[in-house]
Design a protein. Structure first.
Length: 509
């Protein structure tokens, strides 16, 4: 069973030769420190793994098998977008082979490539604990005498560094106070993000840096579109382990990345050859649909729970909360298993490979060489015109199933127009940002309408189940009526929201 620890640390280089002993300054003088406790020296031996072309190192991810110390085992460290030196360390017990729980977390980067030993690091770690007046741990400070060598035993190197790791739930500002003392003693911030990065560089085990793909020019439409697609591809890969770990909003964000790419293929057909992008777009549609099973259930559960919470107790007749809870848990367990199975599938890995191949050699058409502002503005306005036609059609229909379906189609068009505005923002600036914001308002309104449609059908099913079990279906009917009224409200609001969105213009000038 893997466990996760949030790691916040800073590393420092020390003066002198690698074989010279370094003595820490008196850290008891750091404000807030009451005692410095010597925890002794521990010997650590770690082998780091990566693909032959070092895909993990390229994304600042480390995977190691370490013996020695009180946390011997497999460790996977993934950077967290909260600042320098912040990583999540996922640990698994010591074993001969990489545990499946960690193998899955690197699969979006590794794909089918084997993980091989890259470097071995042997460290003699002198550990001290900094504690406050209550005896609580503030930080762990270690002086590491490191020896590194390539997996083949060649290219040895050595150095000494200081590592300061903040205690769980500690104040990050405390690290700054410790740093002041270390700098006065001659220590400087390490130029490497990790021991692995330094070992790869100094032992010659690092893979050659990939050469950037040729660009048609920073002001061309093709350059902007390809940059946008690469950002979404990177988001897809980055979010894969977060989805597997069931982190908040990860499924939703991964689905959005897939949708943005698919939407861009449609919006920029004059820039990217559809013959090459259509097959990839179909696979992105498949992925978005599969991820939607988990995400849609999450959204629906939150919506129905909020509805029930707002109902007066006198109108909550029967085991309403219990029935919803049973329904939610049963659906959630199935959807989670399904999502992980999708990410483990050969089809998903083939999609990631197809995206890499497409972006390595983009199928640019002649229009890709035109100025970005001109082409991106035209594409976004075309998407807005498409949205206008769908809204007009939806509002022309009487209330009922046909209008619900038409409103849903308009929602898809609003999302595409919004994404077009967002993609154009680097080239068009504030006007594109405003355009995207107005399209998002339309999308949100239509999205709430669609959520109401889905909620009503679920409430009807729950009412049927309650009735069959001999329970009153009164509360389920009440909730159904509330959702019906909410949908009617959105339909009345749509003309005004759309009129405001239609005012947002775009121009290349």
């Amino acid at each position: 069973m893997a466990e996760t620890k949030r790691e916040i640390e800073r590393k420092y280089e020390v003066p002198g030769a690698p074989d010279e002993a370094f003595e820490l300054p008196d850290l008891g003088k750091v404000p807030g420190v009451a005692e410095v406790i010597d925890k002794g020296v521990v010997e650590l031996d770690a082998v780091y793994y990566d693909t032959a072309d070092q895909r993990l190192a390229a994304d600042h991810i480390t995977l190691r098998r370490r013996t020695g110390g009180d946390d011997a085992g497999w460790h996977l460290k993934i950077p967290v977008a909260l600042g320098e030196g912040v990583r999540d360390e996922i640990r698994a017990p010591l074993s001969a082979q990489l545990p499946r729980s960690l193998a899955g977390l690197v699969r979006s980067r590794v794909r089918q490539a084997p993980l091989l030993p890259v470097v071995r690091l042997m460290s003699s770690r002198d550990v001290s604990h900094l504690t406050n007046a209550d005896g609580a741990l503030l930080a762990e400070v270690s002086v590491d005498a490191v020896r590194a060598e390539r997996a083949d035993g060649q290219g040895g190197t050595a150095w000494t560094e200081i590592e300061v790791e903040l205690a769980d739930d500690g104040d990050p500002d405390f690290l700054g106070r410790v740093e002041k003392r270390l700098r006065k003693a001659g220590a400087d911030r390490s130029g490497s993000l990790s021991k692995l990065a330094r070992a790869l560089d100094e032992t010659g085990a690092g893979a050659p840096a990939p050469q950037p793909a040729a660009s048609p020019g920073s002001d061309t439409a093709g350059d902007h579109v390809v940059a946008h697609l690469r950002a979404q591809r990177d988001a897809l890969v980055d979010l894969d382990p977060a989805v597997r770990r069931d982190l908040p909003d990860a499924v939703h964000q991964m689905r959005v990345a897939a949708r943005r790419m698919r939407s861009a293929f449609k919006t920029y057909k004059k820039i990217l050859d559809p013959a090459a992008t259509d097959p990839v777009a179909e696979e992105l549609k498949w992925l978005g649909g599969e991820l939607g099973i988990d995400r849609d259930h999450e959204v629906l559960t939150e919506r129905l729970t909020a509805r029930i919470d707002a109902v007066p107790r006198t109108l909550l007749l029967g085991p309403v909360r219990g029935r919803l809870r049973i329904w939610a848990v049963a659906r959630r367990q199935g959807s989670r298993r399904h999502t992980v199975a999708v990410l483990d599938s050969k089809r998903y890995l083939a999609l990631l490979d197809a995206l890499d191949a497409l972006l390595a050699d983009p199928p640019l058409r002649p229009a890709a060489r035109k100025p970005a502002a001109e082409r991106l503005a035209a594409a976004a306005l075309k998407d807005r015109a498409r949205l206008a036609a769908r809204i007009e059609h939806a509002l022309s229909l009487p209330a009922g199933t046909d209008r619900d379906l038409a409103m849903h189609e308009a929602r898809k068009a609003a999302k595409r127009a919004r994404y077009a505005g967002e993609a154009a923002t680097p080239a068009l600036g504030k006007q594109a940002k405003k355009f995207a914001k107005r399209m998002k308002a339309v999308q949100s309104l239509l999205g709430d309408h669609q959520d109401s449609v889905v909620a009503r059908e679920t409430l009807r099913q729950l009412a049927i189940q309650a009735h069959a079990a001999g329970e009153t279906a009164f509360t389920w009917g009440l909730l159904y009526g509330q959702e019906q009224a909410a949908a009617a409200d959105r339909e009345r609001e749509l003309p005004g929201v759309w009129a405001r969105a239609a005012e947002a213009g775009l121009s290349a000038g």
